[in-house]
Design a protein. Structure first.
Length: 181
């Protein structure tokens, strides 16, 4: 029903992170800190208001190398540090594929807008006359994973997020925003 969909290559993302980490002489803990510290103003503002921060951990980075999977929200942190697009990690894609992520200052982080992703998916599904089950078959997931995007509080897997963007025919950056939360 939908377009040919390339897979997001989480292991290639891990390799790029590892290459940058090594080039900068960082441990995995150092790389995690460097990624987190890209938003020092945001981090300080959250701490001043007594809000919990959940920094990226070295184990989150290392598990990407083992599983090839990460959440779509974590992937945006990693992509920002690498200055790469989500589409540049689709299997077979060029390094400059896709639209660049929005520029973040030290007071923001890129985040996926999962409600907008769900709305675009629902619109594309309806325009094709597809059921949620048919869309899920095209996207190699369960229908509940797709309908759940509407109410997801935090994230979905990066692989699924990128399959959805391709299915709806829009770049990943159409579904990201700069958060100050």
């Amino acid at each position: 029903m939908g377009p040919v969909i390339g897979e997001f290559d989480g292991k290639a993302l891990y390799s790029a992170l590892d290459a940058k980490r090594r080039a900068e002489g960082l441990s995995w803990a150092g790389a995690a800190a460097a990624i987190w510290d890209m938003a020092p103003v945001l981090n300080a503002a959250r701490e001043a208001r007594g809000l919990a921060n959940h920094p990226i951990s070295s184990s989150t980075l290392q598990s990407l190398g083992k599983s090839g999977n990460t959440s779509c929200q974590h992937a945006l942190f990693f992509l920002r540090w690498l200055d790469r697009t989500p589409e540049s990690f689709l299997v077979g894609a060029a390094l400059d594929a896709g639209a660049p992520l929005p520029a973040c200052g030290p007071d923001r982080r890129p985040r996926w807008d999962l409600k907008a992703l769900h709305a675009a998916l629902n619109e594309a599904r309806a325009s094709r006359g597809a059921t949620w089950a048919q869309a899920a078959q095209d996207l190699r997931c369960q229908a509940g994973q797709l309908t759940g995007l509407k109410t997801a509080r935090f994230a979905t897997g990066m692989g699924l997020a990128m399959r959805v963007t391709q299915w709806v025919g829009r770049p990943a950056t159409d579904f990201t925003y700069l958060a100050r939360w």
